[in-house]
Design a protein around this ligand. Structure first.
Ligand code: NAD
Length: 390
């Protein structure tokens, strides 16, 4: 019997996956609490136009092989449930499992014997085998240890903008809460992901995704720190970096910090877990990198103020344009954007700050409570992606 697959959460990560599964010939039920988004998908309209190749998939399968709904009951005929809803951290950097719990309890209520559930959201290690298992068992009345359903983790490894090609070309791992679950999940995923690998457990699969994010956060923190040191010593960091990097040295690029839903969040999963276990010394580097990266807006603000002083105008009349407010270039997303945080930080200091971003119309900028300017009309422009003042 052909698997009937439900994808829970049709956001930037879930919708490309649902599209790829449908493209591989499966009937897919997409469940998302955003009914407007579901209606658009069923009309064949892509709510994430910046995602390369997704519009074609949604046009071809939306409302046909891929049916989106806000009703979990409509997925009760499915035998595979893939969950990709967000996991945010609160103001104290602790994970807030509220959204995930609602999604899994929704799945638990329609779970039947021998169904497979796979979590793709990046989570702290052991989440799948503890919380997720408990939510599913409590709602379904089924028992994992009795072999009544299967449960696995397969971290989603896409990057918004190139997610479809990532799904088709990037290696992807899966690990089960038990051996049978891992094997069953591999069997299902191999039908639509070409480069699948089974690892020994769900916990290993969870850790793989987290440490990839940690590596990048620490490396960007290193680049940011080296930039500040090079600047102090009047050394061109970029010239030095070009020749320092080789097969075993991959110093990343400096920045205004690290934004988005992923990299600035994942190190906290480990830092908080080590703190909970009172192993404070185990995650010092991860915490320091987080702090170094978040503090970069102060470094750039100081440079911008120094630049303002060269303009022959009172400081608070110098028109500063921060060009680029998204968390990274080419993605219309402001979550934890350090560029936006920099613009707001300068505004709080009483400076005359405007923003420009080619992904946002003037009205959208105004709706964010910011002032819009064309770069040519500013006294100077801070290009937050290139890190240059023009
Ligand atoms: N976007 C990326 O580039 C990326 C990269 C790596 C990993 N991820 C992972 O994917 C996860 C999801 O991220 P995203 O970018 O897709 O988020 P998103 O905000 O774009 O989408 C989340 C979707 O889930 C829906 N949702 C929320 N609660 C729900 C519920 N109870 N039931 C059904 N749907 C619900 C929302 O309406 C939304 O459409 C992240 O937490 C992260 O672990 C994303």
């Amino acid at each position: 019997m052909k698997d009937n697959i439900a994808v829970i959460g049709l956001g930037k990560a879930g919708l490309p996956l649902a599209g790829v599964i449908a493209e591989n010939g499966f009937e897919v039920t997409g469940v998302d609490i955003d009914s407007g988004r579901c209606e658009a998908i069923n009309r064949g309209e892509n709510p994430i136009p910046e995602e390369a190749g997704l519009s074609e998939l949604i046009k071809r399968h939306g409302g046909k092989r891929l049916v989106a709904t806000s009703d979990y009951g409509a997925a009760s005929g499915c035998n595979v449930f893939i969950v990709i809803v967000p996991l945010f951290i609160d103001e104290f950097q602790n994970p807030d499992f509220g959204i995930m719990e609602r999604a899994f309890r929704g799945v638990g209520r329609i779970l039947a014997k021998q169904d497979l559930v796979v979590l793709e959201t990046t989570v702290p290690p052991a989440t799948t085998e503890t919380r997720v298992r408990q939510w599913l068992e409590a709602e379904s009345g089924l028992s994992l240890s009795a072999g009544e359903f299967y449960l696995a983790h397969s971290p989603e490894r896409i990057m918004t903008g190139v997610s479809i090609s990532r799904l088709r070309e990037f290696p992807k791992v899966v690990g089960g809460v038990d051996i049978e679950s891992g094997a069953r999940a591999l069997e299902v995923y191999e039908q639509f992901i070409p480069d699948m690998h089974q690892v020994s457990s769900a916990r290993v699969a969870e850790f793989i995704k987290i440490i990839e994010g940690c590596y990048r956060d620490v490396n960007i923190g290193l680049a940011n720190e080296l930039l500040k040191i090079a600047d102090t010593l009047e050394i061109d960091f970029y010239e030095a970096r070009e020749y320092a990097n080789h097969e075993y040295c991959h110093i990343h690029l400096p920045s205004t910090g690290v934004g988005g839903h992923c990299i600035p969040v994942y190190p906290w999963f480990l830092v908080k877990e080590m703190e909970r276990l009172e192993k404070f010394s185990h995650s010092r580097l991860l915490r320091a990198s987080r702090e170094v990266n978040d503090e970069m807006i102060g470094y750039w603000a100081e440079k911008i103020v120094t630049r303002c002083m060269r303009v022959e105008k009172p400081l608070n009349e110098v028109k500063i344009c921060v060009k680029g407010i998204t968390f990274r270039s080419g993605v219309k997303e402001l979550y934890h954007s350090r560029n936006l945080a920099l613009a707001k930080f300068l505004m709080e200091k009483g400076l005359d700050v405007y923003v420009y971003d080619e992904m946002f119309a003037e009205e959208e900028i105004l709706e964010l409570g910011l002032k819009f300017i064309e770069p040519v009309d500013a006294d100077f422009v801070f290009d937050s992606f290139q890190l240059v003042m023009i």
